[in-house]
Design a protein around this ligand. Structure first.
Ligand code: SIN
Length: 506
């Protein structure tokens, strides 16, 4: 068990090692856990590694079950006070978070590039995206409405519904958006008057700790937001799921882990609310009447955003046979002339590394399997080992079909798999032939095709003639094995509240 001691300052040695990164405000660089308003460290530490350089960015406090138990208890106490704050007060804290994120944007983006590897430009964009959730929920906090429903049995009765906070929310977040995926969960926690315990990903805990620090500066009471880095992922996941004081779990990650957490939640003594944003296998369909240039550009940003490491990345690219070779050659031309792979801090770099060796290995195996079964490599198809062990060349494969593993697997890497199709009915059937349904995209200039395909695709979110779908205003989430619930938007409030009905009158 860790013995916690409060640390008032960052370990000087660690700070010096990264002074070259020139943080405008060194306080953003946190390496200890945040529990009930105290920054606490212990003897157990783990390293955070920059995926571009394999350098150690920092060592971070490694929390265990005892610390989580303490934090959950503290969050529960904090919740009892925080639920009584006025909506306007909570809104102001969220506006403060938004302002602080804008003020410290460069430092926050620097942290993301250091621990995740994405380009600095992408990290800046992530901070804007992350901050937009705080602004959105600042606007939602005072507008969490109920209803007045006339009773069906008597004119003298009225039914009133209220939305009430849940209690302690367990937040489990992924490494691919170290800031935004936590913001999408933390912002509604604060807006609705809940409290939370955040288990950040061990690959990128520092952005989460920075958010905890910003929440403090924004005026959030002690204990409402606790951030506990850990490498004991499986044990802590199970612990949070079974803990009786945790009322809700929100998780973004793989379907496999999501299912496991659901089972573990069922083992606890109380039924928990669940929001699960799980894996995808997004179809991206280009019809013969599409604007091809627009579709190529849409695919570039959707497929290769963060080197293909997003849950809503295009995974299977269906192109009508009549425009297939034109589309493929334009795509390859843009990649070969416009992409620069390398360290995310280098200004000319457009695409960074994958998160770890396991991710590169998975991509290599999927490409090899596709090649062995008849796919052609139009560009890439190999590791970029001269840049470092975690780089893989942006790749386009043609002739992909259902016999290949890459058709059925979420790649989570920079590989565009091109598949030819003939008819609308055929492509809809093939696009839906998967047990996940997060996002889907298609390009067509025919209004009837637009209406029909948007209706038929079995996904939670559809991009039509555009691929930049992410927005704090959009209900984010999937169907089938891609999860439960919606985050962001006004529906994001529903997932963080209970609906209470009050029946008035005889
Ligand atoms: C994800 O990859 O899970 C999130 C992507 C986004 O919000 O844009």
């Amino acid at each position: 068990m860790l013995r916690f001691r409060q640390s008032c300052s960052r370990p000087e040695t660690l700070f010096k090692r990264f002074a070259s990164s020139s943080f405008e405000n060194p306080e953003i660089f946190r390496s200890t856990a945040l529990v009930n308003g105290k920054w606490v460290s212990g003897d157990d530490q783990f390293p955070v590694i920059n995926p571009s350089t394999s350098e150690e960015v920092s060592t971070v406090t490694n929390c265990g079950v005892a610390e989580y138990n303490e934090a959950i208890g503290d969050a529960h106490k904090a919740f009892k006070m925080f639920k009584n704050t006025s909506p306007r007060e909570r809104s102001q804290i969220l506006y403060n978070m938004y302002d602080l994120m804008s003020e410290h944007k460069n430092d926050l983006a620097r942290l993301i590039t250091m621990e995740n590897g994405k380009t600095f430009a992408d990290s800046l964009a992530e901070i804007d995206y992350s901050a937009s959730y705080f602004k959105w929920f600042a606007e939602e906090a005072p507008r969490i409405y109920g209803h007045v429903i006339p009773s069906s049995s008597s004119l003298r009765k009225q039914i009133i519904t209220l939305r009430q906070p849940l209690g302690v929310v367990g937040i489990m977040a992924p490494w691919n958006f170290p800031s935004a995926m936590i913001a999408r969960k933390l912002a509604p926690v604060i807006a609705t008057g809940n409290a939370c315990v955040i288990k950040p990903p061990h690959e990128s805990p520092m952005s989460a700790l920075a958010l905890g620090w910003l929440a403090e500066q924004a005026g959030l009471s002690d204990g409402v937001c606790n951030v506990l880095p850990t490498t004991h992922t499986a044990a802590i996941g199970e612990y949070i799921c079974c803990h009786d004081l945790v009322r809700k779990i929100t998780f973004t990650g793989s379907t496999k882990v999501g299912k496991l957490l659901m089972k573990q939640c069922a083992n606890g003594n109380i039924i928990k609310r669940l929001s699960m944003e799980l894996g995808g296998n997004a179809p991206f369909i280009v019809f013969d009447d599409a604007d091809i240039e627009k579709a190529v550009n849409g695919l570039i940003s959707c497929k290769f955003r963060q080197s293909g490491q997003t849950c809503i990345c295009a995974n299977r690219i269906f192109v009508h046979e009549s425009i297939y070779s034109d589309f493929a050659s334009r795509l390859v031309a843009v990649i070969e002339s416009g992409f620069h792979l390398g360290d995310g801090f280098s200004p000319k770099v457009t695409h960074g590394p994958l998160i770890n060796e396991r991710a590169v290995q998975k991509v290599s195996e999927l490409v090899e399997d596709a090649k062995n079964k008849g796919a052609n490599v139009l560009t890439g198809g190999v590791r970029a080992s001269s840049l470092g062990p975690q780089f893989y060349h942006p790749t386009v494969l043609s002739g992909v079909d259902e016999t290949m593993s890459i058709f059925h697997t979420e790649v989570f890497g920079p590989v565009a798999s091109l598949i030819s199709f003939k008819t609308t009915e055929e492509v809809i059937e093939r696009a839906n032939k998967t047990n996940v349904g997060l996002a889907g995209y298609f390009y067509s200039s025919n209004i009837q095709t637009v209406l029909d395909v948007a209706n038929e695709l079995e996904v939670g979110m559809v991009g039509v003639n555009g691929s930049a779908i992410s927005d704090a205003a959009m209900p984010f989430g999937g169907i089938k094995n891609s999860g439960l619930g919606r985050e962001g938007s006004s529906w994001g409030v529903e997932d963080y509240t209970d609906l209470k009905s009050i029946v008035l009158g005889a």
